[in-house]
Each structure stands twice: as structure tokens, then as C-alpha cells.
Design a protein around this ligand. Structure first.
Ligand code: ARG
Length: 562
């Protein structure tokens, strides 16, 4: 049973009959420090109608409200703080978790609503960058959290497979490329060609023009150029798919920029009809409502379309195709202006649903304080990074548990999980220092630490030979109550993570829950043969349910042994 609900019901029946249970429920907070109480009700809202100071209301009401489930009720400034009777309330909470199992924390408020996520979206013929890694893992976690809240999701990988850069690449390939080399090592080889193009173009300005022409030919469907482009794309997709399968991420659609090549004319026509297109230095632009924003470029002088034009066509298409309630673009914060422009153009066209489009930005990966980049030689190949993490996890596991069966599979879950968790535990917008050593330690605020805590819980259950259904009869000690209170928060944490599109809320919660469980574990002999053992194991089982489900929501695995 939900403790907040119990508190809300007591408030309503004993003191605040005029309020709805829901209103009261939504006001109840969890105090930052648990010694202050398990739940707190703020009296600011009441102060308005009662025309009394919030602190006075809190004092008066705290003196009146009672329940056999509360051990203490007190006014703390403008709040009514309550402490639950751990053994009685604990029974409600733990039994509830055991009964619900994996469904604990599930919400229904997203039912019959669709969220479209534009995520990952790497560029073909280029290495998969750290930014694309962030977009992939953040997007994937947000999607899983959305599903947990009842939403239907569409995960779209908007592959960057169109634009002037492909004209340049094709020119470079035709001038300097060696087909055999490209076949052998497509991404690296194409990237070398792309870089060579830029070096040469600094000396020879006509190359840029050639590149533009080649892209125009591509847009017009030229056979030879299209063939090359398709080849580059197939090779790139194959390499990306290796990464996705390591990360355990799947998509519902791979419709990238090229898919919209024949769908942009509609946008241009609509803009023309509504007299929104203006000419600026030969190009076609839409002026922004906010004068601080640069005009949105729709067509270049030579008629070639742009990144924004394709995003406009994609938005129209997605709205038609999925009738989305929300469209999230998980893209680095350096593209903030681009998304403001795209949304503004849609609003100008009269599409109010553009208000349901949201750019979900994120910060950079840093290596020794500097931007990790795929350009300028400091290329970090993600696949190598993942393999290295797996290797390091394997070494750690060999030391800790040399007899573990299937050690490679576990190492993969731990190594990849470490990278994902390290990304997600940070607030999205922060830049993150990339350090494999750091990510992979079994102590501290890491993925392996959470996974290890989960495996420890499973090992306790195995050791106790616990197979029959566990029931929780109640435990009295303070450490178990701390764990139980932590478990109680899970449903709220999921809702909060969704509201802020912040997987970090869940990651931080998993850290706190693991720490709380490990404190309990350090103080208590769980398998001691006394009459409380059954309840302790039931609690261990509930902890396992929450940790595994939390890890799943982040897109990480929870091996039963490691
Ligand atoms: N391919 C782009 C890049 O790597 C990201 C695409 C983001 N999504 C979008 N709808 N514009 O920068």
C-alpha cells in the first residue's frame, strides 16, 4: 500500500474533508532527511483559505491527527511531518512489492498516448561519436521509462544520410578513394577521405563547388552517385548495428534524412502559400518571431535543401504517421537554435502541435577536461571503447569470482552497463569526464556497484535455498526500515524521471537504494536461522525486484551472479 495515500486519506477524513484525496496526495512530500520524518505535508496552500500562518496551521493540525500506523506526528515549521510505524507500514510496503513483482512502480497516466523519440541518429560515413552514444542511451532510457508510465513509444533513428557532406565525400572518393580499402574498413577509410577533402579544399576552393554539385546530382537521383551513396550507407549501418547490439538498443524506424528527400517540396509549397519564404542573398529563408534567432534556411541558392528543411518534412510526416502526443528530440545542446527554428517555422505554419515537440539536450563527454571529438585526429572509436570496457570488466570478475560460469556474458553486461550507467547518473546537461577506470569500479557510484548489490541479494536468496513464495511479517530494526522507505519511493521516482526526462533521477535512486541495502547487510546477519529470517529474505527479494527493474529502465542488465 502506498504510504502517501494512507497519509492523504487520514488528512482528508480527520481534518480536510473539503479537499480531494488527489489534491492532498499531490502536495505530500518526502523530507530530504529521513530523521525529520517519512512524509511531510506543507501547509502553504491551506494558509490561503484559512487565513492563518502556515506554521500555526501545521502546529494545530499536527496535534489533532492520529493513526495506529503513525508513531510520531510533529510540526516542523510550516510542515506536518509524520513518522510511520516501521513494522506495520513496512508490511504493507514490502508485501505490495512482492505481489506486484516487476510491475511495481508501473503507472497508467500515459495510456493511450504516444511519444515519438528522435534518438541516436549518427551520420553515415563517419564514426559513431560520443554524442551519438549519449543520445542513444538517454533516448533509450527515456523510452523505457515512458513505457513504464503507460505510453506507447516510437524510437526513431534519424540517420544522417543526406546533405552536402555526401557530395563532398563522393567527390573525395572519386578522386582519391580505393574501393578495396573502403570495403575492408569502411568507416575509417571514408572518414579519412572526408578529412582529406577538407584539407584539400583549403588549398583549392573549387572543390567545395564540386561537392555541392555532386550533392545536387544525388538529390536529383543520378544513378552512379546514388549507387555510391547507397554503398556507403549500407556499410555504415552495418557498423552501427554492431554497436546497437552491444548496447542492447533497438529502434522502430531507421527513416533518416534521405527518406525525406521527396517529402520536402510540400514544406516549401506550404511556406510559399503562406508567404513565409523570403529571399536573402539568393537563398530562401523564414524569418523568426524572436529577432534574436537567425532566420531559418530552407533552400540554398542552388536550390539544394538543408538540415532544417528535412526536419520540417520529418515533423509533418511523423505527426501524420504516429499522431504523437509528444515528440522528443534527444540531441546535443549545440543544436538548440536549430530546434527553436524548426519549431518556430511549424508554429508559423499554424501547426499548434509543434508545442508538443521538445528538444531534450545534453552536454559533452570530456577527456582530461577537453571535448572528446571524432574530428581532428582525436578519434575515439566507440566500438573499441565498449570492447575495452568489457575486457576490464572481465579482468575484475576473474579476480573476484574466478569460477563464474559464462564469465564473458556477465563481463559484457557489466562493461556495457558501466558505460551506460556512468552516462545516465549525471544530469543530462552536465559535461561528463570519460574515464573507464572510474566507471568500472565495483565500489562508488557506478553501474557495477548496483549490479553487484543485486547479485549479492540473489546470492543470499540462493544460499537460503529460498524458492517458495516469501511473505513479509515485519522487521523492527532501523536499518531495515530505511531500506523499506527507500523501496517505497520507487513509483514516485519513476514519475519524476519521466516528468523531467531525467534518467539520472533513477540512477541516483539506485545508488541510494544500494547503499541503504548494503548498510543493512553489513549490520545484520540475514541468514541466521531465527524466526525473522523469512522476513529478512522477503525484504532481500523486494530489494532485488527494485534494483533489477531500475537497471532495466536505464537499459542495463542485472546478472544474477558476478
Ligand atoms: N545526425 C545529426 C547529427 O549527428 C543529429 C540528428 C538529430 N535529429 C534531428 N531530427 N535533427 O548531428
Amino acid at each position: 500500500m502506498d504510504l502517501k495515500l494512507i497519509f492523504a486519506q487520514e488528512l482528508k477524513t480527520q481534518l480536510l474533508q473539503d479537499w480531494s484525496e488527489k489534491e492532498l496526495y499531490d502536495l505530500i512530500e518526502t523530507p530530504k532527511h529521513s530523521h525529520l520524518g517519512d512524509l511531510a505535508f506543507p501547509c502553504f496552500q491551506l494558509a490561503k483559505t484559512m487565513k492563518k500562518a502556515p506554521a500555526q496551521i501545521a502546529r494545530e493540525m499536527a496535534a489533532e491527527i492520529t493513526s495506529p500506523l503513525f508513531t510520531k506526528v510533529e510540526a516542523v515549521g510550516p510542515y506536518i511531518n509524520i513518522h510511520f510505524d516501521g513494522s506495520k507500514a513496512g508490511k504493507e510496503i514490502v508485501s505490495g512489492i512482492l505481489a506486484k513483482g516487476k510491475d511495481y512502480g508501473t503507472h497508467t497516466f500515459g495510456e493511450n498516448r504516444t511519444v515519438v523519440l528522435d534518438m541516436s541518429s549518427p551520420n553515415i560515413a563517419k564514426p559513431f561519436s560520443m554524442g551519438h552514444l549519449r543520445s542513444t542511451v538517454i533516448g533509450n532510457a527515456i523510452a523505457t521509462i515512458a513505457e513504464k508510465c503507460g505510453y506507447r513509444t516510437e524510437k526513431i533513428n534519424y540517420i544522417g544520410d543526406w546533405g552536402t557532406q555526401f557530395g563532398k565525400l563522393i567527390v573525395a572518393f572519386k578522386k582519391w578513394g580505393d574501393p578495396d580499402k573502403v570495403k575492408e574498413n569502411p568507416i575509417a577509410e571514408l572518414f579519412i577521405l572526408y578529412k582529406k577533402f577538407h584539407e584539400e579544399a583549403e588549398l583549392d576552393a573549387s572543390l567545395e563547388e564540386e561537392g555541392r554539385k555532386a550533392f545536387k546530382l544525388l538529390e536529383d537521383g543520378d544513378e552512379e552517385i546514388t549507387g555510391l551513396w547507397r554503398w556507403f550507407k549500407d556499410e555504415s549501418l552495418q557498423a552501427f548495428k554492431t554497436i546497437y547490439s552491444l548496447l542492447g538498443v533497438e529502434f522502430d524506424s531507421y527513416n533518416g534524412e534521405a527518406f525525406f528527400n521527396d517529402k520536402m517540396e510540400e514544406v516549401v509549397t506550404l511556406l510559399k502559400k503562406q508567404h513565409l519564404l523570403e529571399e536573402s542573398q539568393g537563398a530562401q529563408v523564414v524569418r523568426m518571431d524572436d529577432g534574436n534567432l537567425p532566420p531559418c534556411l530552407i533552400k540554398k541558392t542552388d536550390g539544394a535543401t538543408l538540415y532544417a528543411t528535412r526536419d520540417l518534412a520529418a515533423a509533418l510526416y511523423r505527426h501524420r504517421q504516429y499522431a504523437f502526443d509528444e515528440a522528443l528530440y534527444i540531441v546535443g545542446q549545440e543544436q538548440t537554435i536549430h530546434f527553436q527554428q524548426v519549431m518556430n517555422v511549424l508554429k508559423k505554419l499554424g501547426y499548434n502541435w509543434a508545442d508538443e515537440m521538445k528538444h531534450i539536450p545534453f552536454g559533452l563527454y570530456l577527456k582530461d577536461g577537453k571535448k572528446m571529438s571524432t574530428r581532428k585526429g582525436r578519434v575515439i572509436l566507440l566500438e573499441e571503447v565498449l570492447q575495452e570496457a568489457i575486457k576490464m570488466a572481465e579482468d575484475n570478475i576473474k579476480q573476484k569470482n574466478p569460477d563464474l560460469k559464462d564469465a564473458y556474458a556477465v563481463a559484457r553486461d557489466v562493461g556495457v552497463g558501466a558505460i551506460i550507467f556512468h552516462d545516465l547518473k549525471n544530469d543530462r546537461l552536465n559535461d561528463i569526464e570519460f574515464s573507464l577506470e572510474h566507471m568500472l569500479t565495483f565500489e562508488g557510484e557506478t553501474g557495477p556497484y548496483i549490479q553487484y548489490t543485486y547479485a549479492r541479494a540473489q546470492s543470499l536468496l540462493r544460499k537460503a535455498g529460498q524458492s517458495e513464495p516469501l511473505t513479509f511479517e515485519g522487521l523492527e530494526d532501523a536499518e531495515s526500515w530505511d531500506v523499506i522507505k527507500q523501496l517505497r519511493l520507487f513509483p514516485e521516482i519513476i514519475e519524476k524521471a519521466w516528468q523531467h526526462y531525467a534518467p539520472s533521477v533513477i540512477a541516483k535512486y539506485l545508488i541510494a537504494t544500494s547503499q541503504s541495502f548494503n548498510r543493512y547487510y553489513a549490520k545484520t546477519k540475514i541468514i541466521s536461522g531465527d524466526n525473522q529470517q523469512h522476513s529478512r529474505l522477503a525484504l532481500v527479494h523486494a530489494v532485488g525486484i527494485v534494483l533489477a527493474e531500475g537497471l532495466r529502465l536505464l537499459g542495463t542488465k542485472s546478472p544474477a551472479e558476478m
